[in-house]
Design a protein around this ligand. Sequence first.
Ligand code: VGL
Ligand code: ZN
Length: 205
Amino acid sequence: MKALLLIDIQNDFVPGGALAVPGGDQIIPLANALQPRFELVVATQDWHPRTHKSFAANHPGKHEFETTELHGLEQVLWPVHCVQGTSGAELHPALDTQRIEAIFRKGTDPEIDSYSGLFDNGHRKATGLADYLRGKGVRQVYVAGLAGDYCVYFTAKDALREGFETYLIEDAARPISAEGYEQAKADIERLGGRLVSSAAVLSQQ
Ligand code: VGL
Ligand code: ZN
């Protein structure tokens, strides 16, 4: 059983949003076309309280995109984004949601960031997604969404760590940094994951 994981396809991550990923909106038609190829489609949603410590605004004197330490973990300080209940946190209106069976929210604890859809960045708490997938009999996961070098990358790494056969649909993800995405893709392959194109997935039986 194969699952498609659609990561953080939210208004704040597309051009015009608070933490825009270049070309982020261009993956949405691909995400929609891919969905009927999978028996299970799941989405994640970055869902922060306004007090979240990943926001530069909550660290007086620090600047956006600066790195700091947060409870022993390296933390990039982001612009305020995906605040719970705001339009920026909503899934993009062009994303087809009819076949999405469950939406896992992450980043709700103000003290720790959660790039991956499976665990927070310190692997302290699980979101329940890995157990949910196992409960549905999923062995293969295909990951797409935003951003390729952060939440998509960390989700793929955790999926590998949890024993899923993991595929990154390369062109159905877009990164914040092109260089960061090249490193992320190399790392996923090093860890045993595979890179595939959306065209290859769409032409599968
Ligand atoms: C993300 C940075 C901060 C992402 C979420 O979805 O890739 N990146 N929060
Ligand atoms: Zn976030």
